[in-house]
Design a protein around this ligand. Structure first.
Ligand SMILES: NC(=O)c1ccc[n+]([C@@H]2O[C@H](COP(=O)([O-])OP(=O)(O)OC[C@H]3O[C@@H](n4cnc5c(N)ncnc54)[C@H](O)[C@@H]3O)[C@@H](O)[C@H]2O)c1
Ligand SMILES: O=c1ccn([C@@H]2O[C@H](COP(=O)(O)OP(=O)(O)O[C@H]3O[C@H](CO)[C@@H](O)[C@H](O)[C@H]3O)[C@@H](O)[C@H]2O)c(=O)[nH]1
Length: 335
């Protein structure tokens, strides 16, 4: 029996594949490389010294997805594949809705056809929209402020409906906070296309000399130093959360949402300082206007994942910065 990993060549998927292989699971990866490179799969093999069964498949191609289920006996699916850039989703919403939602519909329909009903889905803290207070727990009201967020929200609802219709499904909706860091080997990591939208890859590209300086979006939020506060989580901790969720879906039916975060918030300026300390490299920055749509403070109440999955994040901000830097320094141009 194998675990199917959709989007397994991507940032979070590749780190999760390493942990799955290390834990002794057989995996089958599918990806269309719309936002990743095949080299990440070579690196997974290199780190784990294990074979990775891989198919270049677009989830929108139902026949190709079916062929994978025909060839392999799949026990559960971890579904990472999706487009994730907020700004791009505002510019090309139909593309986002089609890729993320139709892709998930096809996947679930093929799973149903083959009697595979265990699913771990990559959701996001973005489903909390503009939260009224922190820490954010799973029972907070949901909402979205952009098409990307709406795809996550809609998919969560679709998966809940699926369970209502057939309660032999078993589904974990994992709401990630802000994943950063990389595998400690420095061989896999986040490899964004073009200029990064997210804070940590922007910082590492400034540090390695590819970008001139960081723009800090606002210093007048009601926070410790005025800059925005987020719950950064080491991607390897996040990967372990998937293994715990996998054990859960393979042992009990239901549909449950879990926050995967550390429960601690850091400001942008605190991250800059922690990165400079971990890397020994100065990160020049300027304060600019707030970025439209940003919330001041966002961090998780991760108690449910602790109580029900037996998962807690163990890596601190120093390791997150150290590993992000090791990846960027050793791979200045990504894969
Ligand atoms: N990175 C974050 O900050 C973050 C936060 C919350 C949620 N998420 C979600 O987690 C998942 C993984 O994120 P990531 O950061 O690893 O992104 P990523 O872009 O690195 O990985 C996603 C992978 O899916 C593949 N893919 C996209 N559409 C596909 C399709 N139709 N068929 C086959 N493959 C397809 C891409 O090529 C890529 O390899 C995504 O669903 C994302 O929305 C990410
Ligand atoms: O160049 C930059 C980039 C970011 N920031 C700030 O850094 C913080 C983190 O920003 P970013 O890394 O872009 O993460 P978020 O805005 O929190 O969004 C991420 O986390 C959300 C919740 O999980 C997901 O919905 C999004 O897809 C994902 O990009 C925020 O305060 C930003 O204003 C800067 O100051 N300068």
């Amino acid at each position: 029996m194998s675990i199917l990993v959709t989007g397994g060549a991507g940032y979070i998927g590749s780190h999760t594949c390493v942990e799955l292989l290390n834990a002794g699971y057989d995996i089958v990866v599918i990806d269309n490389f719309s936002n990743s490179k095949i080299e990440s799969l070579n690196r997974i093999k290199e780190i784990t010294d294990k074979e990775v069964t891989f198919y270049e498949v677009d989830l929108l191609n139902r026949e190709a997805v079916e062929n994978v289920f025909k060839k392999h006996s799949i026990e559960a699916v971890i579904h990472f594949a999706g487009l994730k850039a907020v700004g791009e989703s505002v510019a090309i919403p139909l593309h986002y809705y089609h890729n993320n939602i139709t892709g998930t519909l096809i996947l679930c329909d093929v799973m149903k056809q083959y009697g595979v009903k265990n699913l771990v889905f990559s959701s996001s803290a973005t489903v909390y929209g503009m939260p009224e207070r922190v820490p954010i727990s799973e029972d907070f009201p949901l909402g979205a402020t952009n098409p990307y967020g709406r795809t996550k929200l809609m998919i969560e609802e679709i998966l809940r409906d699926l369970y209502v219709a057939d309660n032999s499904w078993s589904i974990a909706l994992l709401r990630y906070f802000n994943p950063i860091g990389a595998h400690e080997s420095g061989r896999i990591g986040e490899d964004p296309n073009g200029i990064p939208n997210n804070l940590m890859p922007f910082i590492t590209q400034v540090a390695v000399g590819k970008l001139k300086q960081l723009s800090v979006f606002g210093n007048d939020y009601p926070t410790v130093d005025g800059s925005g506060v987020r719950d950064y989580i080491h991607v390897v901790d996040l990967a372990h959360g998937h293994l715990k969720a996998l054990e859960k879906v393979m042992s009990a039916n239901g549909v449950e949402a879990y926050n995967l975060g550390t429960g601690t918030g850091y400001s942008v300026l605190e991250i800059v300082a922690a990165f400079e300390k971990a890397s020994g490299v100065e990160v020049p920055y300027q304060i600019v206007d707030r970025r439209p749509g940003d919330v001041a403070v966002c961090y998780a109440d991760a108690t449910k994942a602790k109580n029900e999955l037996g998962w807690v994040a163990t890596r601190g901000i120093e390791e997150m910065c150290r590993d992000s830097w090791k990846w960027q320094k050793n791979n200045p141009n990504g894969y």
